[in-house]
Structures are given as structure tokens and as C-alpha cells.
Design a protein around this ligand. Structure first.
Ligand SMILES: *Cc1c(COP(=O)(O)O)cnc(C)c1O
Length: 424
């Protein structure tokens, strides 16, 4: 129920009630929220090692922007940018260009803004109009792409898919023109877990660029796949800076980067992609501080937590962890398929299981979700934007809160709920 705006709860209290009561009150109110460990659809990390928690708590008061005061935090930040550039095969990883962000959304906005800037400079150098920039991406992209287009005044050419498993490459190519600032692709789709055909797109755009003397590049949204694809067992086609037209990539540290919410990364191919004019230099206290970010102040602790995860795990640890998740995801897929009630939609690459009801007349999805909710499971149900006449999809994101036995418990409850509803 919505609270009335006149409620006392909306008034800045005249008198404080002290730390103990404030804590108790808030903590018990929050017990009404869902349990994060039973949220099956969320991609963000819900728990870290106690030593990470200790580190984060100790560093909570540090404002990352104060480079002159907290120079070591900045050095650690730059080491991470360097490591991620290497992981993504940036050709000049020794001189990396990139930044931490609050999440992938900020990273995507910053990346696309620099593509817009580069497009504009190039057009101006030819004496051509810069009034109608556009950006081309598929209809199943994350909402932050639409948000970029709206906020930064770029025409969104959003290409719908005709079906769940089709990547509309032909239509994407047809929509590119001299005003395209960049083409967006997704390595790890939020709705289906799929990977776009980035290699093929790279080759086709190279052909168009050559034919028309354009300079269209690619941004890869690897919010989900960035910390997964380098570590899985399955062979995946190149999707990163190994492809010459991939100019920027974003990753969510707080998804499979194994850090709590509040950290993303933007990595550029090299420093030529980030226009110098966009690097903001502020003379705040003593020496100038150069940044490429939307916000000024932010906590340093999640950057340090990312460093913790990297040092704690190493590449071997990430491999083991991510492959472990993939195995559990396989087990869930198998059980759902064997039950005969569900159809698997995802490609089986990421540790993300996307499925739908085989027979939508037999059991109603809303009732199924409610029945699971009564056992405290939060299973999301959704549609993919832009696809006509589709059925409801459901998603289980396997990460640190889902062990094999926990996954089995969930499958038991899901199948049992289904069968009970079917009988009714
Ligand atoms: C989650 C997600 C985003 C947004 O990332 P945040 O880190 O939540 O800002 C963008 N793109 C994709 C594909 C995502 O899954």
C-alpha cells in the first residue's frame, strides 16, 4: 500500500531518536523487503567474503575523487583498469584508457558520449551537418541505451527482433548511415542471456565504412558477459577488442565481477577513442584532477572491493567460480526440461537460465509465481520489449547465493508448485 504524503513518516523529524532506536526501527522495517538471497532474477552480488566486508567498512569514508589525499586508492583503480584492458585484449593495454563508474549505465553513457563527440568532430572536419546523430542497437537492449538517447539527444534506431532467438543483423546494417555515432551490441543479454553476433557485425560494418568512407565503430555492452566470457569453458567467438571495430566495452563489477552493487567499468580500445576535450580537469584543492565521469564525489570502497575480488580469486579463481555457476545452471536446465513443463530459451552459455511454460493453458504464470512467492522465492517474469505475441519468460541467475543443493530445492519447489496448480 502506498503511504500518504501527509504521513508523519514523510516529515523530517524535529527531534532525533538516537542511534540505537534509529537502527532498530530501520532494521525491523527492512525485514519487510524480500530476502536478497532468494531473489533468483537479480544479477547483482549479494555477499562477499568477510574480509571484503572488513575492507569495505574500513574504507567507507574515502571519497574517491580526492586523488591528492587518497593517491593510493587512485593507483589501485588504475591497476584495475590496466588488468581489465588486458583481459579484453586492448591492443595498448600497457597504456590503458578507462574508468570506474557507478555501474554499466554510467559506463555506457560515457562511452556513447565519446562516440558522439568523435562523430561530430569528424563531420565538422568535412564541413558536414552534425544536427542529426543516431545510434543503432537491437530492441532487446537494456533500458540504459534508450536513456542515453533521450538524455544526450541522439536518435535511437532501435531494431526489433522478429523472434526470441533472432539477432536482427540485416536490419541493423540497413539502419546505419553517415550520422550513426556507433552501433551497440550486447555480450550477455539481460532478457535471454544471448551473445550478439559481434564478429559478423564487425566485418559487415568494416565493409560499409570502406564503401562509404564512414567511421562507424562498435560499443559492446558486456555488463553481464564481461566477467563471464573470459572465464568459461565453452569456446565463444571473439567479441572484445580482438575485433578491430570494437572501440569501447562496459562491464558491471557488481554483476559477475563479484562485488556488491555500485561498481562498473568502462574500457576504451585506446586513448584515441576518448576525446581529450571530454577529460575534465578541475583545480579543486591543490593539483588538477582529471576525470571522465558523470559524478564528482563517490565512495572508494567498491573500487577497493573490486581489487579485493581480483586479488582473492585471480584468473584461476574467477574461472573456477564462474564455471561452477555454469554447472549449476546446467543442472537447473536439465531438471526443468526433464519435468516436461518448461522450455529453455537461453543459449546455454552464461550461468543464466531463461525459460517459459511449455503449455501456457495448463497453469497460469501469475499463480505459479505467487505460489513460489509463498515459499519466499522471488522469480521474475517478464516480456522482451518489441517482440510481438510472446509468452512470459522467467529467469534464474546463478551466482554466489545459489549452491547446487539450493538450486535443487528451488527446482523441487517450482515443479511441485506447478503440479499442485495443474491438479487444481
Ligand atoms: C544490468 C545491465 C545494464 C545496466 O547496468 P548497471 O550496472 O545496472 O547500471 C546494462 N546492460 C546490460 C546488458 C545489463 O544486463
Amino acid at each position: 500500500m502506498k503511504e500518504k504524503p501527509t504521513s508523519k513518516l514523510y516529515q523530517f523529524p524535529k527531534k532525533g531518536e538516537g542511534a540505537f532506536h534509529a537502527y532498530q526501527k530501520i532494521s525491523s522495517e527492512l525485514a519487510l523487503d524480500g530476502n536478497v538471497h532468494l531473489d533468483l532474477g537479480s544479477f547483482s552480488t549479494t555477499s562477499m567474503d568477510p574480509f571484503a566486508d572488513k575492507l569495505i567498512t574500513e574504507q567507507l569514508g574515502k571519497n574517491f575523487i580526492d586523488y591528492n589525499e587518497y593517491g593510493q586508492s587512485k593507483k589501485i583503480h588504475d591497476r584495475i583498469v590496466r588488468m581489465l584492458s588486458g583481459l579484453l585484449y586492448a591492443p595498448e593495454a600497457i597504456h590503458p584508457t578507462g574508468t570506474s563508474t557507478l555501474g554499466s549505465s554510467e559506463a555506457i553513457h560515457l562511452a556513447l558520449l565519446s562516440h558522439k563527440w568523435n562523430w561530430k568532430k569528424r563531420r565538422e572536419s568535412f564541413g558536414l551537418s552534425t544536427s542529426k546523430p543516431n545510434i543503432v542497437y537491437s530492441g532487446n537492449a537494456h533500458v540504459c541505451w534508450d536513456k542515453f538517447a533521450l538524455y544526450f539527444d541522439v536518435e535511437p534506431r532501435k531494431i526489433p527482433q522478429s523472434s526470441l532467438d533472432s539477432y536482427p543483423i540485416e536490419e541493423i546494417l540497413k539502419n546505419i548511415d553517415q550520422n550513426t555515432i556507433c552501433v551497440g551490441t550486447i555480450a550477455g543479454n539481460t532478457y535471454t542471456g544471448s551473445i550478439d553476433h559481434i564478429e559478423k557485425l564487425n566485418d559487415e560494418i568494416a565493409r560499409l565504412n570502406k564503401k562509404h568512407n564512414w567511421n562507424v565503430g562498435i560499443h559492446v555492452d558486456a555488463a553481464i558477459g564481461g566477467f563471464v566470457l573470459p572465464f568459461i569453458k565453452k569456446e565463444v567467438r571473439p567479441w572484445d577488442f580482438r575485433l578491430p571495430l570494437v572501440r569501447s566495452i562496459n562491464l558491471s563489477g557488481h554483476k559477475y565481477g563479484l562485488v556488491y552493487p555500485g561498481i562498473g567499468w568502462l574500457i576504451f580500445r585506446d586513448n584515441s577513442v576518448l576525446p581529450k576535450e571530454l577529460i575534465f580537469s578541475s583545480h579543486y584543492l591543490e593539483k588538477p584532477i582529471e576525470t571522465y565521469a558523470l559524478n564528482f564525489s563517490k565512495g572508494a570502497s567498491m573500487i577497493l572491493a573490486q581489487y579485493f575480488s581480483i586479488l582473492q580469486q585471480g584468473q584461476e579463481g574467477y574461472k573456477k567460480t564462474i564455471r561452477g555457476y555454469c554447472k549449476i545452471a546446467d543442472t537447473i536446465r536439465k531438471r526443468l526440461q526433464q519435468s516436461g513443463y518448461f522450455e529453455i530459451i537461453d543459449e546455454g552459455i552464461l550461468p543464466v537460465v531463461v525459460f517459459k511454460l511449455k503449455d501456457k493453458k495448463e497453469v497460469d504464470t501469475t499463480s505459479l509465481l505467487l505460489s513460489l512467492r509463498s515459499k519466499n522465492w522471488m522469480l521474475p517474469a517478464y516480456f522482451i520489449p518489441g517482440i510481438p505475441e510472446q509468452e512470459t519468460l522467467m529467469r534464474v541467475v546463478v551466482k554466489e547465493n545459489i549452491s547446487l543443493s539450493f538450486a535443487q530445492l528451488f527446482c523441487d519447489d517450482l515443479i511441485c508448485s506447478y503440479e499442485t496448480l495443474k491438479k487444481d
